[in-house]
Design a protein around this ligand. Structure first.
Ligand code: ZL4
Ligand code: CA
Ligand code: ZN
Length: 380
């Protein structure tokens, strides 16, 4: 490991509770909280826990969850369990969107309040100036709605953290590089100019959650304060990085946010179980490094990511970046679950060899121009 970029040495805090990795969505469900345990072991295996402030996080309180979600929904989450779920009044499961994506599993409420508590703790560290960068890999559950779960997300820890940050921050920028559209966060702040949301994602009108075309740009006071970057299968490292930088650079300069929250969903990597992009770990990380280079306080959260070994590689690499440390490719040999990495004992496996890039040069250039036109509305 060696250090880089010594000019900006942010104070970094890392928010985690090992308990959050012990819940099970059910056999074969792609969302595996265990990936968080794997990440934590790799982070400490590389010695990164020694250079950050570590906080074991608490559960968010009901009152905190009610800052965004409805009473009705929170009460349902609190009382439902696998044994009583089929005895609920008719229509309850449909009303609360319970099914294969969002199943009722044991201690679901505890799981949700734990990852949310970690994001709220992290946002508090930024608010009181004790951290410049606060990390919660267990958060980033961007689909959850005010009155229901969606796409593996029950409580929207991002919306709740942004609401917390808005108490003192005039302008919050939300950047979402998960494979999926950050619909829950976009929707929550669609009519305000105090939060700018931007999401890069796979889009074809059908792919989950179905929203996120470039014509969704906000409404009312929020008109021109939402940006969507709809992409096709197979996007590669260079195309993604170029597009990301050429959008985020003018966006940060024009909007001038006082705090940034970046959702780092790992399903945009190549070889993801639910994915269709061709990104390598270093390219994904380059997007985090670029945002960090502006020196604006950052809340960094996880999100999707369905090939656990690569999720943990990525988030460990990004923890390094946020601490100005470039990690050696050689994995630490003394970590629990080392056998998970037996495909290749490297932090940087080749992940860009699966899909054809369906994003032509012309398509990407048109998209870039469209996005820059949107950003230009911010001036004057
Ligand atoms: C699964 O194998 O596209 C859930 C979900 C459970 C186990 C057993 C049930 C088998 C893939 C997905 C049947 C599963 C049918 N099990 C799932 C329209 C859909 C309806 C549900 O990264 N079926 C819904 C949600 C997406 C849909 C993506 C991304 C979250 C995030 C942030 C959420 N939902 C079609 C799918 C399986 C399953 C296998 C699955 N679900 C893949 N994509 C979806 O943005 C955390
Ligand atoms: Ca996204
Ligand atoms: Zn996703």
């Amino acid at each position: 490991n060696y250090e880089f970029g010594s000019t900006y040495a942010p104070r970094v805090s890392y928010h985690f509770n090992p308990k959050v990795s012990s819940y099970h969505f059910g056999v074969r469900h792609p969302m595996k909280p265990f990936r968080l345990m794997l990440t934590d072991h790799l982070v400490s295996g590389y010695g990164l826990h020694k250079i950050m402030d570590l906080y074991e996080t608490r559960k968010a309180s009901d009152d905190e969850l009610l800052e965004f979600h409805t009473d009705d929904y929170i009460n349902f989450l609190k009382k439902v369990n696998p044994d009583n779920v089929n005895k609920m009044p008719r229509g309850t499961l449909d009303k609360f969107n319970i099914g294969d994506d969002c199943p009722i599993f044991h201690n679901l409420y505890e799981y949700s309040s734990l990852y949310t508590g970690a994001s709220l703790d992290a946002s508090r560290k930024l608010l009181n100036g004790q951290s410049d960068i606060a990390i919660n890999w267990s958060g980033g559950l961007h689909h959850a709605k005010k009155t229901s779960p969606s796409g593996f997300c029950y409580i929207n820890d991002i919306v709740l953290s942004i609401l917390n940050l808005l108490r003192f921050h005039p302008r919050v920028l939300y950047i979402d590089i998960d494979l999926h559209h950050g619909d829950g966060v976009q929707e929550a702040f669609y009519t305000t100019d105090r939060v700018y949301t931007v999401s890069f994602h796979k889009y074809n009108g059908e792919f989950f959650p179905g929203t996120g075309n470039y014509d969704e740009t906000g409404c009312s006071n929020g008109k021109h304060f939402a940006l969507n970057v709809p992409l096709k299968d197979g996007i590669d490292d260079d195309s993604y990085i170029n597009l990301f930088k050429s959008i985020i650079d003018p966006l940060i300069t024009s909007y001038n946010p006082t705090v940034i929250i970046q959702q780092c969903g790992a399903d945009s990597l190549g070889h993801d179980r639910l994915g269709c992009f061709n990104l390598n770990i270093k390219a994904h990380g380059e997007c985090v490094k670029f945002v960090k280079s502006f020196g604006i306080p950052m809340l960094v959260v996880g999100g999707g990511g369905y090939t656990p070994k690569n999720v943990s590689r990525l988030w460990t690499y990004e923890t390094g970046i946020l601490n100005n440390v470039l990690l050696s490719p050689e994995l630490p040999s003394d970590i629990p679950f080392l056998n998970y990495f037996d495909d290749e004992y490297s932090l940087y496996p080749v992940l860009d060899d699966l899909y054809e890039n369906k994003n032509s040069k012309q398509f990407l250039e048109d998209l870039r121009i469209r996005c820059l036109e949107q950003i230009r509305y911010l001036k004057g």
